[in-house]
Design a protein. Sequence first.
Length: 278
Amino acid sequence: MVSLQHLYFAYNKAVPILEDVNLSLRPGRIYGLLGKNGAGKSSLMYNICGLLFPASGSVSVLGHTPALRRPAFLQQVCLLPEDFEMPPMRISEYLRMYAPFYPHFSHEAFENYMKVFGMPAQQSLQALSHGEQKKVLISFTLATNAKLILMDEPTNGLDIPSKRQFRKVIAGGLQEDQCIVISTHQVKDLDSLIDEVLILEDRRIILQESVSGITEKLSFRQVMSLEETEMPVYSEGSLKGYAVVAVNRKAEQSRMDMEMFFNAVMTEKEKILSLFQR
Ligand SMILES: Nc1ncnc2c1ncn2[C@@H]1O[C@H](COP(=O)(O)OP(=O)(O)OP(=O)(O)O)[C@@H](O)[C@H]1O
C-alpha cells in the first residue's frame, strides 16, 4: 500500500530531516510511528500524503506518486494534522463542503463516531473547544473510509475519557483494505491498538516490527528485584519494584509495554536492534 525507497527530505538543503528512509506498509494494519520530538514524524507523514516532496528517492502510495496530488490519489488518503484551524461554519456545512472529496464517505459512520465521543452532531465548529473540534475531525477522518489514514498526534488535547473513546472508534473502524498510521508520543494511550511499531530516529526508520514479533524477542515484566530477571536489557524503577524488558529466551508470553519498549530502544539502541536484525 505504501512503499518508500531511499527517501531523502530536507526543508533546507543544509539540514537533512529524512535520509535513506525505506518503509513498506500493508493494508489491514495499524502502525504506530514513534520518535522523539523533531525526529521527523510529521515530515514523513506529509511526504506520504504529498504535502511535502522528497529531495530524492521514491514514494509510492496505492500505486500513485503522492507529490502529483492526483484526485484519484487524494480521495483515498486522509490526514489528520496535529495542528488545525476549523472554518467558521456548522458541522453540517463542513460535511456538505468536505465529505464529497471522499467517494466512500459514510454519514452514518460519522454520526456513530460523534455519538461515541458524546458530541452533538449539530453545532457551530467555532463554538467548540479545541479538543471537541479534534473529535469532529477524528470522526470525519475515519468516516472518509479512505484507504490510508494518517493521524498526527491524534490524542493530543483529548481528555482521559476521550482517549478511551478514541481507542474504541479506531478499534471498531479499521477495514481489511485500510491502513492507519498514528504518530504519537502518548504511547500509553494507544499501545493496545497498534499492530506494528515504526521507530524514526537518526533521520531514518531504525525499526519496523509487529507487536507479536517484539514480544517474541523480548519479555516485559514487573519484578521486585533485578536478580529475578535473566538477560535484562532495560529497566525502570517503580513503586512495585522494577519494570523490566529482557531477552525472551524461554518463549514467555507477555504484554508489550510500548512506552518501556520505546525507552529501551532509545537507551539501548544497539542491543535491541541487534535482536531484530534480519
Ligand atoms: N516548515 C519547516 N521549516 C523548516 N524546518 C522545519 C519545518 N517544519 C519542521 N521543521 C524541522 O524539521 C524537523 C522535524 O520536524 P517534524 O515536525 O517532522 O518532527 P516530529 O517528529 O513530528 O516532531 P514532534 O514530535 O515534536 O511533533 C524539526 O527539527 C523541525 O524543526
